[in-house]
Ligand binder design. Structure first.
Ligand code: ZN
Length: 153
């Protein structure tokens, strides 16, 4: 496993649309392993493949609610309600803002074995699912910020 370099805002790879995974190859499995290790090292809640420079629809998330999730080709299939809470991003260090997200989100994806899985999350997990899937379409959380939070300035 390896720690991957996390791309920062301004890197054009973060603005691109990622391609679906057509076949779960050893390379994709290694990518998942490396993304999990990189997310742990960075103490993040989630990481999307474009954040490590790979334009594939692959996401890892870990919350207390969900445990570790490895999602391949994730698609949001249902949302409910609305929440406003603080959000940040490993690619946008030091910036935090309140975003508006659905309170509850259901996602369909493939796991690392190619099995179809469905994940429903609320609160933090719902935010993380939206945030990471946004990365796959070249979007950053800052597009959803309604109020920036004070930092060290
Ligand atoms: Zn992010």
């Amino acid at each position: 496993m390896a720690i991957l370099k996390i791309r920062k805002a301004g890197d054009e790879v973060l603005a691109k649309v990622s391609r679906p995974v057509e076949e779960i190859t050893p390379r994709i499995l290694t990518l998942l392993d490396d993304m999990v290790e990189t997310m742990h090292r960075a103490d993040g809640v989630g990481l999307a493949a474009p954040q490590v420079g790979v334009l594939r629809r692959v996401v890892v998330i870990e919350t207390e609610e969900s445990g570790l999730l490895e999602l391949i080709n994730p698609v949001i299939v249902a949302t409910k309600g609305e929440q406003r809470d603080a959000e940040g991003c490993l690619s946008v260090p030091g910036v935090y803002g309140v975003t508006v997200r659905p309170m509850r989100v259901t996602v369909k994806a493939l796991d690392r074995h190619g099995r179809e899985i469905e994940v429903t999350g609320e609160d933090l997990l719902a935010r993380a699912l939206c945030h990471e899937i946004d990365h796959l379409d070249g979007h950053l959380f800052t597009e959803h910020v309604v109020k920036y939070l004070g930092d060290n300035n």
